[in-house]
Design a binder for this molecule. Structure first.
Ligand code: PGA
Length: 249
């Protein structure tokens, strides 16, 4: 059985003080939630506050990006080494906003994923098609290319430690959730790719999250699909009550 992961991606929202207020309200709401792994990914400056607030709870803290080197003359970047040192345990890699606005490509996925694992971080690697790709019936081609370029080059023992997030770009922040059927079909396709490359055992244990306008009122229908192993949640993770409702789907 795959343990679900419910991960909040705060994107570029909240200050450290707002982070602390969130946790004060959120912690009591999810105290008994042991059925899933809970992850919160705030912006970099809020990570120390989030790590501090999550002490003594089962809530894990993740970053939203990392650089693949340990340290060096790389202005504006943050390394896995630094994230590990402050107590992070997850990191989101190749979110579609990073692919779209910062040109992240499959080669980045490979080196960032390897770097994350080197520093003990669990990578949440994002894949997903854009609207014109879905409308042009190219969803599977896009997912196949992202898998072949970004995930297939990983060593099997590395692949075994990652979490995949299927996030159709047309569903992110738009209020247009993929139907459970659309999401499950995409997950099944990705799992078949995993099986072909890494074998049935790794395919059946790979955790594939869905992301894109997941809210308290649609999470249970998504989670009812056997293929869907959790969610990566943007907007609905910013409010403690709403994210707690998602966690307790
Ligand atoms: P959303 O974002 O839930 O606001 O659509 C999801 C994501 O981008 O991870």
């Amino acid at each position: 059985m795959r343990k679900p992961v419910l991960a909040g991606n705060w994107k570029m929202y909240k200050t450290p003080a707002e982070t602390r207020s969130f946790f004060e309200a959120f912690k009591p709401l999810v105290r008994d939630a042991t059925h899933c792994d809970i992850v919160i990914c705030p912006p970099f400056p809020n990570l120390p506050a989030a790590v501090d607030e999550s002490k003594g709870t089962s809530i894990a803290i993740g970053a939203q990006n990392l650089y693949w080197g340990k340290e060096g003359a790389v202005t504006g970047e943050v390394s896995g080494h630094m994230l590990q040192a402050i107590g992070c345990s997850y990191v989101i890699i190749a979110h579609s906003e990073r692919r779209q606005y910062f040109g992240e490509c499959e080669a980045d996925v490979v080196r960032k994923t390897q770097a994350a694992l080197e520093y003990g971080l669990t990578p949440i690697v994002c894949v997903g098609e854009r609207l014109e790709e879905r409308e042009g019936s190219r969803t599977e081609d896009v997912l196949a290319a992202q898998f072949d370029g970004g995930l297939a080059p990983l060593a099997p023992e590395h692949f075994a430690k990652i979490v995949i997030a299927y996030e159709p770009v047309w569903a992110i922040g738009t209020g247009k959730t993929a139907t459970p059927q659309i999401a499950a079909d995409a997950h099944r396709f990705i799992r078949q790719k995993v099986a072909k490359k890494f074998g049935e055992t790794l395919a059946s244990s790979a955790r594939i999250l869905y992301g894109g306008s997941v809210k308290p009122d649609n999470v249970s229908s998504l989670m009812a699909e056997e293929e869907i192993d959790g969610a990566l949640v943007g907007g609905a993770s910013l409010d403690p009550k709403s994210f707690a409702a998602v966690v307790k789907y």
